[in-house]
Design a protein around this ligand. Structure first.
Ligand code: ATP
Ligand code: MG
Ligand code: MG
Ligand code: MG
Length: 480
């Protein structure tokens, strides 16, 4: 028996040939037209059932949501909307779906709100919207690895559990710390180490950067791409407590090289999905157009989703220093008319997302790379500039998203790094291994962190980060 996926079947020219497809019934019209989807594509294969010659009991079990195995012959379709269809010979019901129960779920064939879909995160992948998002997410992830592999990078698998909290002071989830005076015990009286990390206080990583740096200083070009965790109480549409981060780190690269890398990388992966996710992008684009029609004219998108992606690939990101950005913001209308919640009138202030979005969406109208930030608002490991006030940091800001990348050239000088750590009360003992890299063959190096879900947000046109990861973790939400 030849099994075939729906995506391959829809592209097949083997008319009159027999195939077997397996999937879930999306709808069953007029006791005759079964729309079958197996997750391989947004499209369904139409399976035409000869209901007059089919067992009545079996016919009743072909319901939305049921898992079925269909064998039939591929024919050219007479109906509009599809090139081919399957003339069904046999249907095997693999798993029933009671229509009364289905009615109460998001499997029922109508457009549900995203909020409703979020409540049934375990079923939402069976909807068109989430099928499209999750296929695209997967392709994007593949493109990430492909880019680095093609460009001479090695993947460094940095740890998830870490003993240091230097980087994430106050924002780390603690794995545990064993109370040695009063350790938890198993039934047999032995110490229950599963309740802690063998007695050592540990945390979940907020970033693999420091470890990736040590690997760049041995393998040259590395990247890490894994889950990271932030115990920040952020209930925004851009923040998750668990998210995936892409972090390349390159020896002998300075800040300008780092910007070039980030821009080239983003363009590559966006180009990849434009080429490899056409059907899903078309679906998501149409969905956005429908959503847009409900909004007042002024709030509607000016570009279609794919136009937006093409635009990013075709245009240089605008590179602007922090100092220039402050001058622009200071003179901007919203700043003078107090339309910003936080007014920017002083050099040295941290930009809020409203300022970032103003620069990207109103002023430059393209992705922006902001660089050379004041040292005091950035992390200790960023390379101090000769002016003694700014660091070689860069943030990439995207339309509709805000910050998508945070990166920098790293401080390679041992004495400067130590001074910075001392000023912030970061004990040297904690990062002795990191400082070692500055003692033994230190060199200029740089890297960045890109939040994978923010990239997926941009590529799908979705607006809430909780809708681009299978099981979003955010304050109060980790039950399933
Ligand atoms: P933000 O200003 O948006 O809070 P950040 O400056 O705290 O981000 P970084 O520490 O610079 O973030 O992390 C690098 C990248 O990781 C960010 O540019 C962003 O794309 C992503 N990121 C950071 N925090 C989160 C989060 N809580 N959820 C999802 N992505 C995140
Ligand atoms: Mg943050
Ligand atoms: Mg930030
Ligand atoms: Mg940042």
């Amino acid at each position: 028996m030849t099994y075939i996926s729906v995506i391959d079947l829809l592209a097949s020219d083997a008319i009159h040939q027999e195939f077997t497809v397996k999937g879930w019934v999306r709808s069953f019209r007029a006791n005759q037209f079964m729309a079958l989807n197996d997750g391989s594509t947004i499209k369904n294969i139409q399976c035409v059932v000869d209901f007059e010659n089919m067992d009545e009991a079996l016919l009743k079990r072909i319901t939305t949501g049921a898992a079925v195995i269909v064998t039939g012959v591929l024919e050219e379709s007479q109906g509009a909307g599809q090139r081919v269809e399957i003339k069904v010979k046999t249907v095997h019901i693999e798993g029933d779906a009671d229509p009364e129960d289905v009615k109460r779920t998001i499997l029922s064939p109508k457009r549900h709100t995203l909020e409703k879909l979020r409540e049934q995160a375990h079923l939402r992948v069976r909807t068109n919207t989430f099928g499209a998002i999750m296929r695209l997410r997967s392709k994007l992830s593949f493109a990430v690895h492909q880019y680095f592999n093609e460009h001479g990078f090695y993947q460094a698998h940095t740890p998830i559990i870490t003993g240091s909290d230097a980087e994430g002071a106050g924002e780390m989830f603690r794995v545990s710390a064993l109370d040695l005076e009063n350790p938890p015990k198993k039934e047999d009286g032995s110490i229950d180490y599963s309740q802690d990390f063998f007695g050592k206080e540990t945390n979940l990583t907020v970033s693999g950067q420091l470890e990736a740096e040590t690997y760049a200083l041995g393998l040259g070009k590395v990247y890490t791409f894994g889950p990271t965790f932030r115990a920040e109480n952020s209930n925004t549409s851009r923040h998750l407590a668990e998210f995936w981060m892409i972090e390349p780190e390159v020896a002998f690269n300075d800040l300008a090289d780092n910007m070039d890398l980030a821009e080239d990388f983003i363009k590559y992966v966006i180009r990849y999905v434009l080429e490899h996710c056409q059907d899903d992008l078309e679906f998501l684009e149409n969905r956005l157009v429908d959503e847009d029609k409900k909004k007042p004219q002024a709030e509607r998108a000016t570009m279609l989703l794919r136009e937006k992606l093409e635009f990013v690939i075709a245009n240089n990101f605008k590179r602007v220093s922090y100092t220039e950005a402050i001058a622009i913001l200071r003179d901007s209308k919203p700043n003078k008319k107090k339309k910003f919640k936080y007014l920017i009138d002083e050099w040295g202030a941290d930009l809020q997302s409203e300022h970032e979005r103003y620069l990207v969406e109103k002023h430059f109208e393209c992705p922006v790379i902001l660089f050379d930030y004041p040292a005091n608002i950035k992390a200790f490991y960023m390379r101090l500039n000769e002016d003694g006030k700014t660091v070689r940091a860069m943030d990439i800001l995207f339309p509709g998203i805000g910050e998508i990348v945070g990166g920098s050239q790293r401080e390679e000088r041992l004495d400067v790094l130590k001074e910075k750590m001392a000023a912030l009360d970061i004990p040297e003992e904690e990062l002795w291994w990191y400082l070692d890299t500055r003692k033994f063959g230190t060199c200029v190096h740089s890297g960045f962190g890109l939040g994978f879900e923010r990239l997926v947000l941009f590529a799908t046109g979705m607006t809430n980060i909780r809708d681009v990861i299978p099981y979003p973790r955010f304050p109060g939400h980790a039950e399933f």
